[in-house]
Design a binder for this molecule. Structure first.
Ligand code: PAF
Length: 312
């Protein structure tokens, strides 16, 4: 079986660099050569060959503009798999008509440099036409977990996410895929989709990475002005306030939501999209006392950027 990382007809490559000589062939993986693939067919063929060689493919789907949050997901994949694929694809189907698809930052070269530094083996970077063949008319809809929270304020968003992630899973054929806990609802929706549609893929959660003051890393943070950046810490502080009150015995979701809203209301540029406490399994907003694990989740605009955060 040909090694997908080697030139045709070559079964062993000796790579010499200043610090190391890497023997690459058979089941070994070169850590300093990264393959960039744009065609779905080539990605599928590469994945098939890797799997035939008995390698476990770990997958980190992204929309690019990588930051330390993404890098932490890549590191998790690297620890658990022996070939890591990262997709970089800004998915139009998950943006609403008034959302920031065109303005979404595209930083492919910088992203590839970061992937290479992290020892990523494969970057899959398809065009929109490659991912959505002309006349594409099929979508994947998760009908329960995606209804509330971000699903309510971004209609169609999770259909777009599920559709592209299902397609990416078919193309990349990973055994495991890593999703960030910052996007708590997305993580749960994808887990449900994987279960319901019998994808043979383990979904691995990656903890939220935060700035020193608690702000969760997000590609959207770069659109905050310095004054808004200062105010954005209110998301984490609102969640901290809810956690403090819960630890002190408060079980009324309305009281916890009121406390979170009050903290956010202190910031002049903050506009609440939602502040919610939901059952952690069903994501249904709670209206009675909290007796089971609950997810406190919020989405807040600080000026233009819409930021999300959560705690369980
Ligand atoms: O979390 C994201 O960046 C996107 O929703 C994902 C999972 C890459 C699908 O486009």
């Amino acid at each position: 079986m040909a090694d997908p990382f080697l030139p045709k007809g070559v079964s062993l490559l000796i790579l010499e660099s200043e610090n190391a000589v890497v023997l690459w062939g058979g089941n070994a993986i070169a850590s300093d050569v990264m393959k960039i693939v744009e065609s779905a067919q080539e990605m599928r063929d590469t994945a098939r060959t890797l799997r035939a060689q008995g390698r476990c493919i770990g997958f980190v789907p992204t929309m690019g503009n990588l930051h330390d949050g993404h890098l932490s997901l890549i590191r998790i994949a690297k620890r658990q798999a022996d070939a890591v694929a990262v997709s970089i694809f800004v998915n139009p189907a998950q943006f609403g008509p008034r959302e920031d698809f065109a303005a979404y930052p595209r930083t492919f070269e910088a992203d590839c440099a970061l992937c290479e530094r992290e020892g990523v083996d494969l970057v899959f970077h398809p065009s929109v036409e490659e991912m959505y063949p002309e006349g594409a008319s099929t979508a994947v809809t998760e009908k329960a977990l995606s209804r509330d929270l971000c699903g309510a304020s971004r209609p169609g968003h999770f259909d777009g996410v599920c559709t592209v992630v299902a397609a990416l899973f078919h193309i990349v054929q990973p055994q495991l895929a890593v999703f960030g806990e910052k996007d708590a609802q997305q993580l749960r929706v994808i887990r449900r989709m994987v279960r319901d549609l019998h994808f043979p893929i383990e979904i691995v959660p990656g903890p939220t990475v935060r700035e020193a003051d608690g702000l969760a890393l997000s590609s959207r943070n770069q659109h905050l002005t310095p004054a808004q950046r200062g105010q954005a810490v209110c998301l984490r502080q609102a969640l901290d306030e809810a956690e403090r009150r819960f630890a002190a015995g408060e079980r009324d979701p309305q009281a916890l939501k009121d406390a979170m809203r009050a903290r956010i209301a202190r910031e002049p540029d903050a506009r609440i999209d939602y502040v919610e406490i939901a059952d952690d399994d069903t994501l249904t907003p709670l209206d009675g006392p909290i007796t089971r694990p609950a997810l406190a989740a919020l989405a807040v605009r600080i000026g233009q950027p819409r930021l999300i955060d959560n705690t369980v």
